[in-house]
Design a protein around this ligand. Structure first.
Ligand code: THU
Length: 120
């Protein structure tokens, strides 16, 4: 699967986002090294800070399915990942991140998205 095909999966799943407060629908499609695609969408809440981003929804699902950091080749996102999600992408050791930003498609490594990471 190409990066653009994975991004198309993220675009498609974004339609299932639950975002009645922001109206900002985000989709994320993650490709594992063994070729499985796991999708997530943002899910908002009337108590605003409790909402969850599409990336965190996708990775939470992946972990629940038995995946672990290092299992992920690519994450495709319909928007530029927020700061907190960059930290999640780093934790999950994703090789490559592809996302839409202002009409462009951008590809970056986690090190580029989040330089000088701390290690516990
Ligand atoms: N959002 C994501 O799902 N991922 C990001 O990386 C950026 C922000 C969501 C959270 C919220 O539901 C909406 O976009 C507006 O911030």
């Amino acid at each position: 699967m190409t990066d653009l095909e994975l991004l198309a999966r993220a675009d498609a799943v974004a339609g299932r986002a639950y975002a009645p407060y922001s109206g900002f629908h985000v989709g994320c499609a993650v490709l594992t090294h063994d070729g499985v695609v796991i999708e997530g969408v943002n899910v908002e809440n009337g108590s605003y800070p409790l909402g969850v981003c599409a990336e965190r929804a996708a990775f939470s699902r992946a972990v629940a399915e038995g995946r672990r950091p290092g299992d992920f080749a690519v994450a495709a996102i319909t928007a530029s990942p927020c700061g907190g999600c960059r930290q999640w992408l780093a934790e999950m050791k994703v090789e490559r991140v592809v996302f839409r930003n202002g009409g462009r498609v951008v590809t970056m490594s986690v090190d580029e998205l989040l330089p000088e990471q701390f290690e516990l």
